[in-house]
Every structure is written in C-alpha cells, then in structure tokens.
Ligand binder design. Structure first.
Ligand code: AHR
Length: 335
C-alpha cells in the first residue's frame, strides 16, 4: 500500500515538473509574443511599399509631366513602383491592373482613360484586398470600389474657360470646340461646365464641337476641317487642352488668319507650350490643370496602407493664366 501511494505521488510530481524542465526553449502557450510598447502594428514606411500605377498613355505635354512626377516621386521616396503605359487603350489598362493584382502590390493607382467600363476589374482588385486610388481622372463606379480620387475639378475648369472667353469676346462669339478623348472624365466635365456658363450669354454660340483626342495632331486636323467648313465665321476656339489648342493655332495660321487676334483661343492645362503661345500672342488664356500629382499620390497610398482615413476626393488647387504676365511666370512653371 505504502509503496503504491509513494509511486502515485512520484508520478504526479513527474507530470507537473517535467514538461517545463524538458522544454526550456519553448515558452508556455500563455507567454505573450513581443510587441511594440503600445501593442499596435508597426506602421509601414515608403520603403516598404510596392505600388502599381496604370497610366493611360503619353498623349499630351500634361501627361508626360504627370508620369514624370509619379516616377520621380517614387524614386525620391524609395517606393518600389510598377508602372505601365497603356498607350491610349482601355483594354491594356485593364490588363495592367490584372497583372498588378497577380503581383499582389499594396495599392493600385490608375488614371482611367475613359469613365465607364471599370466595375469588373475594380471589383477583382477589391476582392484581392488591393485598394485603388484614382489619380487625375474619375471612373464611373460605386464609391466602395476605390479609396480616393486625387485630381482636378474638371467641371469648374470648363466653367472657368467659358467665363474667361465671355470676357474676351464681350459675350458675342461663334465658337468651335475641340473636345478631349471621347467618354473621358475631363472631356465630359469640361463640355458640361462650359455650357453651364454659356447659358447666361445668348450671344455666344457653339457652332461645332468635335474630339481632338487631347493630341496636337488631332487638334490641328479637326481645326483644319472646321476652317474649311465655316471659314471666317469662326471667332473663338475652346480647346479642352493646350496641345489641341497648339494644333489649332497651326491650322489657323495655315488658313491665313491670326490666332489670338482674328480668332480668340482659350484652353486648359497651363503647360509650357501654352505659355510660349501666349507670349507669341497666339493664345488668349489657359486654365490650369495640375499634373504634378506624385507627392500627394504616394502620401495617400502610404496612409491607405497604414489604415489611416483619407478623404474621398483630394482636389488640386488651380489658377488661370493670361498673356500679360506670361513672360515672368514661364520660368517658374514646372511642366
Ligand atoms: O486628364 C487630364 C487631361 O488629360 C489633360 O487636360 C490633358 O492634357 C490630358 O491629356
């Protein structure tokens, strides 16, 4: 009896003591893992980020400056950037997004070439847990499919172009309009905003409107056709960007008229080319649209990755420029 009791006590002792004694290197399950002093997840820095950017193309001086700003900022911050250029094709932009999803980047930035047709691929990114930042252009998708939009108020740019033109022509004009890429957010909104203001100027009539696809070459071609059709009766041009205005200026000169004098011209972007044309007296005003979005874009991406709140729209601050002080301002312009 005594021996068996002693044996039982010995067994209990072995069971209680040995597991700890034999596994000195493995902490018992209740031992907390090391954490930061607050217990919060450590914040990511720019150097931890892998960011995809699906650019739409290189159609204008504006776009070239926009791409440069994205690439240079990534370099300066030490962000790993996976950049692609869709050469004006929505299909290529969609493929670029799908590739970035497979690569599991932290955030996808995109300047959508057109407004519609994004829902499916944005949903795929959302399902994969990859946030989308719209940069420069909006997409017509439900708000839960992107985290934020960083870019201009294109509607207000269109309104400002109309306000400026109305002053230049004293409320009387026969206008031809060179619109941007069909179905793109800037073309849609500038078109609308311009007409909103013209409602108050019955003497200002849009006699024709056609897409010049935001390029200088197409702007010239379309203006050539307008001049053949309407000749001297055109008194004003509204171009949705500077590149198309520069193309139109060439066409007007070839036709034998004086751009800026015989035909008043207002455009959008405020690029170097526009400043040079204003200095030459061939362009009457340019409404600014800011392409230098790199710093704000990566700031937003880092916040999103770290779970910090971001506004649904981060608008750019923009001005209007005229020939009177173009010479002084040009050297300070970065695009
Ligand atoms: O989306 C911004 C517009 O796109 C710019 O006004 C134009 O120049 C560019 O191509």
């Amino acid at each position: 009896m005594k021996i068996s009791r002693l044996f039982t006590i010995f067994l209990i002792f072995v069971m209680l003591v040995l597991p700890v004694g034999c596994n000195q290197s493995t902490p018992p399950e209740s031992t907390p893992m090391p954490t930061s002093t607050t217990g919060a997840k450590p914040k990511k820095t720019y150097k931890d980020l892998i960011i995809g950017f699906a650019q739409l193309g290189a159609e204008s001086e504006w776009r070239v400056a926009n791409t440069k700003s994205i690439k240079e900022t990534a370099d300066n911050l030490g962000v790993e950037l996976r950049f692609s250029d869709a050469q004006q094709s929505q299909q290529k932009q969609i493929e670029a997004i799908r590739k970035l999803i497979i690569e599991k980047v932290d955030v996808i930035g995109i300047s959508p070439i057109v407004e519609t047709g994004w829902e499916e691929v944005f949903q795929e990114a959302k399902d994969a847990g990859i946030p989308i930042i719209l940069s420069d252009r909006r997409a017509a998708v439900p708000e839960d499919l992107y985290v934020t939009y960083l870019g201009s108020d294109f509607l207000e740019e269109g309104r400002n172009a109309a306000r400026v033109l109305a002053k230049l022509v004293n409320g009387e004009a026969k206008i031809v309009e060179l619109t941007g890429t069909i179905d793109s957010a800037p073309a849609n909104d500038r078109f609308k905003g311009f007409r909103e203001i013209l409602k108050s100027y019955p003497g200002m009539r849009i006699i024709d409107s056609e897409s010049g696809d935001f390029t200088r070459a197409r702007g010239k071609e379309v203006m050539d056709t307008f001049l053949k059709q309407y000749g001297n009766s055109i008194t004003a041009v509204f171009a949705h960007n500077d590149d198309m205005a520069l193309g139109a200026i060439e066409a007007i000169k070839n036709y034998g008229l004086k751009p800026g004098i015989d035909i008043k011209i207002v455009s959008i972007d405020a690029s170097h080319g526009a400043f040079e044309a204003m200095i030459a007296g061939e362009l009457n005003a340019t409404v600014e649209c800011n392409p230098l979005l790199g710093p704000q874009f990566f700031d937003l991406a880092l916040k999103v990755v770290n779970g910090e709140p971001v506004p649904k729209w981060v608008p750019s601050t923009e001005g209007i420029f005229y020939p009177d002080n173009a010479v002084e301002i040009l050297p300070s312009r970065k695009y």
